[in-house]
Design a protein around this ligand. Structure first.
Ligand code: ACM
Length: 182
């Protein structure tokens, strides 16, 4: 399995621009899975819940998700991406697994970091693995790395690949993730 990532600084509040950038950079890339940052389309630093609400998308009616599904189909890979998700009155810091046939699963961040708690709702989806091309893939988001139970829960499900969209603030994560993966 060939796993890649695209690390960049999303332009805050400019989802179309970030989407265009991602589509351009990833077109022609050969991979099985590509991982994008936490909140890759909206950016990370919201002032308040209203600002987040104005830009978060419902995955069932999202032009971003549709465009990413097309990208996956054209490029024959899967994407894991951070996503500002709105569902009715709720707002989630989510990770989406998208494939050539569309959205496969959504994970909503359980451990919100610092001021994220002022505008996001805590996640209400289970930690789960999904089989992609013979490998079990699990999702977690940034600050989830602090809590060993997240990686352990996924590990107990036989996960092979841990995808971790992030917008890192603390400095210990890169070392800690080696341990989580072990
Ligand atoms: C973080 O969870 N983005 C620090």
């Amino acid at each position: 399995m060939k796993v890649g990532y695209y690390q960049f600084s999303p332009e805050f509040g400019k989802p179309s621009q970030n989407l265009e950038r991602i589509r351009t950079v990833l077109s022609g890339v050969e991979a099985d899975i590509v991982v994008l940052p936490e909140l890759a389309f909206t950016g990370y630093c919201f002032a308040d819940r209203e600002e987040l609400r104005s830009i978060a998308e419902d995955v069932s009616q999202s032009s971003t998700v549709d465009s990413l599904s097309n990208l996956c189909r054209d490029s024959n890979f899967y994407l894991v991406t951070g996503f500002a998700e709105r569902e009715n009155d709720k707002l989630y810091n989510s990770a989406l697994l998208i494939g050539p046939y569309g959205l496969i699963c959504t994970y909503r961040k359980l451990h919100l970091f610092n001021t994220e708690k002022e505008y996001f709702d805590p996640g209400d989806t289970p930690l789960q693995t999904v089989e992609i091309r013979g490998a079990k893939v699990g999702l977690m988001i940034c600050f989830d790395w602090v809590f060993p139970e997240v990686a352990r829960t996924l590990g107990l499900q036989g996960e092979d690949v841990l995808c971790h969209p992030s917008n890192l603030v603390l400095t210990y994560c890169q070392k800690t993730m080696l341990t989580r993966c072990l």
